[in-house]
Design a protein around this ligand. Structure first.
Ligand code: PLP
Length: 391
């Protein structure tokens, strides 16, 4: 007797509406990516100037990253932090060779918000103090302590009741920072370029001043480099720019080209005070993520991607500044904000229809560009031409 199996219809077609509706979805279903291009389920291609939200650092499915992941998956898919793993050691070494002194240790976690939670905890335990000062306009993630540090009130409110002890100052305002830095402050947590707020920058003297004030008052300086790290601004890290190195740096997004990973870089002095069992996570430093992170650093180095970002950024700026309807271009490298003379949403929609993905921001008139670091001049010119036509 033959049995007929039921057709595997449920497995073949993704079930619409199965996920909790936590996102406003763009009207596109993506199935493939290569370099700075992604393809939808009808075969239409898009130039990805959003980079999957600043994640696809080496481009989509870079062959070196894919190869490293596949090779590691075939060898050892997972083992916990209770044992040493060569791939974890190689990933730490690769990241730290790009980090300015005295950042000399890495703690691997799984996301940006988790990196920030741990950075605040490391600073509190190192200083024996509780308060954290962050800047209006900053965004640091959505878990309890990180969302309580959000300088964008709308997000902070979503985390209510907030963790106590968070204070806020205007970004770029040194006298305000000085006034907030009393003997209770453990950390000053700054997003060096405030991305979600609309790509807001501060002058170099602000970072130097923040470093000096933290040293004088015994607080730790933390850079949230979840977006600015891993080459996005044209240097490997913001840490080290203008001669300023913070005590802690948090990383995620582009660190492993799309495999979930976060990390906290820690100064020698903070590392010296950490004892086993005080911090931990099951999946942090997992072999696949470490293989992807190591390959990501290598691709950025070997393909000269920092120089590509600097060159591409200059071309983007020059071109954008000539487009009628663009009032201002802000940011650095491939973290750029375009301030328009009109609301951004219809422009984003029109770009999407023509095959270009760009990001929005907390400000309706500011679009964000967060493309892969491999974006080419030809691709930039294509985008500039289409935007000029549209506007
Ligand atoms: N910090 C910054 C600057 C971010 O942009 C984000 C996410 O957008 C986060 C932290 C949180 O990262 P994750 O979503 O990986 O928790």
């Amino acid at each position: 007797m033959t049995m007929t199996r039921p057709a595997p219809a449920a497995a073949a077609a993704p079930r619409a509406g199965g996920e909790l509706a936590t996102y406003t979805r763009w009207p596109v279903t993506l199935v493939r990516g290569e370099g700075s291009t992604v393809w939808d389920d009808t075969g239409k291609s898009y130039l990805d100037l959003y980079g999957g939200h600043a994640v696809a650092s080496t481009g989509h499915s870079h062959p070196e990253v894919v190869r490293a992941i596949a090779e590691q998956a075939g060898k050892l898919l997972f083992y916990s932090n209770v044992v040493a793993l060569p791939v974890r050691e190689r990933a730490a070494e690769a990241i730290l060779r790009q980090a300015p002194s005295p950042l000399s240790r890495v703690f691997f976690v799984n996301s940006g918000t988790e990196a920030n939670e741990n950075a605040m905890r490391l600073a509190r335990r190192a200083t024996g103090r509780a308060a954290v000062v962050s800047a209006h306009g900053g965004f640091h993630g959505r878990t309890a302590d990180a969302i309580s540090a959000a300088g964008l009130e709308k997000y902070r409110a979503l985390g209510a009741p907030n963790v106590p002890g968070h204070r806020f100052v205007p970004f770029g305002d040194l006298p305000a920072l000085e006034a907030a830095l009393d003997g209770d402050v453990a950390a000053v947590l700054l997003e060096p370029i405030q991305s979600l707020a609309g790509v807001v920058t501060a002058p170099p003297s602000y970072f130097a001043g923040a470093r000096r004030l933290c040293d004088e008052r015994g607080a730790k300086l933390v850079y949230d480099e979840v977006q600015t790290g891993f080459g996005r601004t044209g240097t490997f890290f913001w840490a080290g720019r203008h001669g300023v190195v913070p005590d802690l740096v948090t990383l995620a997004k582009g660190i492993a080209s799309g495999v979930p990973m976060g990390a906290v870089l820690v100064s020698e002095q903070i590392a010296a005070g950490v004892r086993p069992e005080e911090y931990g996570t099951t999946f942090g430093g997992a072999p696949i993520a470490c293989a992807a992170a190591e390959a990501t650093v290598r691709v950025i180095e070997e393909e000269g991607l920092l120089e590509n970002v600097r060159r591409g950024s200059r071309r983007l700026r020059e071109g954008l500044e000539k487009v009628r309807g663009v009032l201002e271009v802000r940011g650095e490298g491939f973290l750029l904000g375009i301030r328009l003379d009109r609301p951004g949403k219809p422009v984003r929609d029109a770009l999407l229809a023509r095959g270009f993905l760009v990001g929005g921001s907390d400000r309706a008139e500011i679009l964000r560009l967060l493309p892969p670091l491999v974006l080419t001049e030809l691709e930039i010119n294509r985008f500039l031409g289409t935007l000029a036509e549209l506007l």
